[in-house]
Design a protein around this ligand. Sequence first.
Ligand SMILES: Cc1ncc(COP(=O)(O)O)c(C=O)c1O
Length: 388
Amino acid sequence: MSAAVPLETFDSVVSRAETDSMKWEKYKGCDVLPFWVADMDFAMAQPIQNALRERLEHPIFGYTYAPDALGEAVVDFLQAEYQWQIDPHWLVWLPGVVCGLAASCRAYVEPGDHIVVNPPIYHHFFDSHEPHHVIDRLPLRCGNDQRWTWNLTALEERLQQGGVSLIMLCSPHNPTGTVFTVDEIQSLMALADAYNVTVVSDEIHCDLVIKPGVQHHPTAAAAPAFQDRTVTLMSGSKTWNLAGLNCSFAVISDAARREAFTAAVQSTVPPVPPLAYTATLSAYRDGGPWRESLLHYLWNNYEHIVHRLAEVPELSVHPLEATYLAWIDASELGVQDVQGFFEEHGVGLSGGAPFGQERFIRLNFACPRATLDKGLNRMLEAIETLRA
Ligand SMILES: Cc1ncc(COP(=O)(O)O)c(C=O)c1O
């Protein structure tokens, strides 16, 4: 067992200037701190850095297969974390999760068929389909406890009407941070089975359950009787901060579904780059101690936000179990363009509109505490100007 990574590691402010980072370039030359796109301002784990350096010693980067050791590392990880036993042959390697969403639409949805998505949701759920597909938006329900979950009654009513061939889930959910329970997943999968619908489950945030005591359940593992209807999309990219390296995978137990998916991927999706395989293997095999400390750090950051905004009635931070993205209700602010308002005061958040929920903002808190505090100070000052 490797030694734990000290929490202070995540306090280091690493400048991303001169790296063409999307997150930081957006506000280049302006005094706006970025808390929007979902990558982290933390240096990646030391074992991953070492593995990449070692691979660079070899000067050829041609087309590359996924190493057998990577398949084994993923199989072991899913077994250890989620008690999900998969066969390495079920894995299909991809350069991104979004192209897995798009491939699912191409593979399983006939022209004119419908795809169910549950807003508010990561914006690519609205635009990964083909022009001849129809997206049905079935909003999540927000309970009195501010926990967001699927509206299974509305889903059943929609499925009864016919024409739906795919449900696209985000689990854990971006942007609400919900981790779905086994009961919820089993109920949804029973409906999918009754109406012969394929379910693609985007689980890119599954290894980022930060609330202590909460457990992620892969859709396929929580409802094993219906596993063959599922396509699970996963990646080490969010958890180990490797988004720019482009390595993800689909887990598809049913051979026919896997074949259709693979056919949809070929010729439209490039292969995974060799360095991406190297980093991902190291992440799943050697990145455990770093991840463990990261989860603590992120939870502390989330609690810090809740604490600092507790006395601000204009903003309501919704409860969160997973992801590093706080979902904040800003309706009491009385401002039309909330994202623009905070940008004017030096804070670059994601607006709620692309997720399908205009009155919210999303704050990416995967950054050193000092950066987070600068942003929170600016938000509080901005709200003071409104009160004045
Ligand atoms: C739910 C979800 N799916 C997919 C992605 C992007 O995945 P990729 O970069 O692997 O295409 C994100 C990024 O924020 C996300 O939040």
